[in-house]
Ligand binder design. Structure first.
Ligand code: UGA
Length: 423
């Protein structure tokens, strides 16, 4: 099938490469010409396991990136994969969705075949019906029968996105008419997963509810962890026992410094706003966020309890990415921890296997090191903020510290004398 994908960001690029791997011909529309060129040269603008290997196979063969919408004319189906960042008011910022819809509509004006437009971006329930469809119909000048509309959310995790795309738990397809839904099912043919067909608005809500539920599992585990720590109970033993109940499942029960990343906090916050605008009081969702906001501050309290005043103390922060296997620092718990350390006058030295430069753009005024050992040298204390596997091996490096005070915000270290944030 001939597919256009609008947006060469995280979701758009991974989807494009995986659609190409499934045998489709993909036209990736990325308005940043340099980024498009880099994709055509098989150089991934983001770090993601397996992505560049697939780009090497498909770039300039059945995957072409370009900076204009001309290729829509020649496609059977278009996926909107642009970002929906958090706006200043906490609601999702839909400006990129609006502009992609206008451009797709204009490009479809001269298109004389049936075409399906699918929203893949995470959008508040109601967005496809109230914004995308009217805009595309207006700018194309077409009647709704000649264009099919659908919403099919993605559930990719950064770090394992290619694997997640090729091995989904489920494929959700919300469509207005069966023809549009059938065409999307045909695109995903080759993936072994159950398909759920719903209305467009339900598909949009499935994505928000899924992310909110996963975020709630993490905040729940963190609250359990905070209680367990006071009682000298290992929360990891507790959640292992809890997660063996098939109704609960063992995943996303790892207590720690809280969830980071570009999705959970943005989506839970947007759902809170949506609920409030409907006159609802989303008590649980607000608590999920409150626990998450407080969690990193606990590591600072533990640190102060161990070494006292932080003024002029050298603190090594290991791990800056919001999780391992990515260079993404968006909403990383390390950001709040470093900001707290700085406000208390500490000297922060940081190290991450991949995310030093992304964090440097955000926080330029701390020292970045090329190894954990370099960061640990003569440090008064060490905080571990990301579960990078290489940190598991650390042991003798801690001997380089002035005093061996080690607190981890993720359960990763295997050496002695380590205090956990909630274990
Ligand atoms: C998340 C969802 O897991 C994906 O299904 C969804 O598609 C994606 O958001 C999205 O909406 O685009 P992602 O943000 O990439 O994926 O990363 P996760 O693996 O979910 O981790 C998020 C955060 O939760 C990380 O900071 C991680 O360390 C933390 N986490 C995760 C915990 O603190 N405990 C856990 O048990 C699991």
């Amino acid at each position: 099938m001939k597919i256009s994908v609008v947006g060469g960001g995280y979701v758009g690029l991974v989807s494009s490469v995986c659609f190409a791997e499934l045998g489709h011909t993909v036209n990736l529309i990325e308005i940043d010409a340099d980024k498009a060129e880099s994709i055509n040269s098989a150089k991934s603008p983001i770090y993601e396991i397996g992505l560049e290997d697939l780009l090497l196979v498909h770039a300039r063969r059945n995957l072409h990136a370009c900076d204009n919408y001309d290729g829509i004319q020649d496609s059977d189906i278009s996926f909107i994969c642009v970002g929906t960042p958090q706006g200043d008011d906490g609601c999702a910022d839909l400006s990129m969705i609006a502009s992609a819809s206008r451009s797709i509509g204009s490009a479809l004006g001269d298109h004389d075949r049936y075409h399906v437009v699918v929203v893949k971006s995470t959008v508040p329930p109601g967005t496809t019906e109230s914004l995308v469809i009217p805009s595309i119909l207006k700018h194309s000048g077409k009647k709704s029968e000649s264009i099919g509309f659908a919403m099919s959310p993605e559930f990719l995790r950064e770090g394992t996105a290619v694997k997640d795309f090729m091995n989904p738990d489920r494929i959700v397809i919300g469509s207005r008419d069966n023809g549009a839904g059938d065409l999307i099912e045909a695109v995903y043919k080759g993936l072994d997963a159950p398909v759920i067909r719903t209305s467009i608005v339900s598909a949009e809500m499935i994505k928000y509810a899924s992310n909110s539920f996963l975020a709630a599992k993490i905040s729940f585990s963190n609250e359990m962890g905070n209680i367990c720590k006071k009682m000298g109970i290992d929360v990891y033993d507790v959640m292992k026992g809890v997660g063996m109940d098939y109704r609960i499942s063992p995943h996303f029960l790892n207590a720690g410094a809280g969830f980071g990343g570009s999705c959970f906090s943005k989506d839970v916050t947007a759902l809170i706003h949506l609920a409030e605008n409907l006159g609802e009081d989303p008590v649980l969702l607000r608590s999920v966020m409150e626990i998450n906001d407080r969690q990193p501050l606990r590591i600072i309290k533990l640190l102060e309890a161990r070494i006292g005043d932080l003024q002029a103390r050298k603190i090594a922060v290991l791990g800056l990415a919001f999780k391992n296997n990515t260079d993404d620092v968006r909403e990383s718990r390390a950001i709040s921890v470093i900001s707290e350390l700085k406000s208390r006058g500490a000297v922060v030295v940081a190290y991450d296997p991949r995310a030093n430069s992304s964090m440097q753009r955000l926080l330029p005024d701390i020292e970045y090191c090329r190894s954990a050992a370099e960061a640990l040298t003569s440090a008064d204390a060490c905080l571990v903020m990301t579960e990078w596997p290489e940190f598991r091996e650390l042991d003798r490096e801690f001997e380089l510290m002035k005093s061996r005070v080690i607190i981890e915000g993720r359960r990763i270290l295997s050496c002695r004398d380590v205090e956990g944030i909630c274990w």
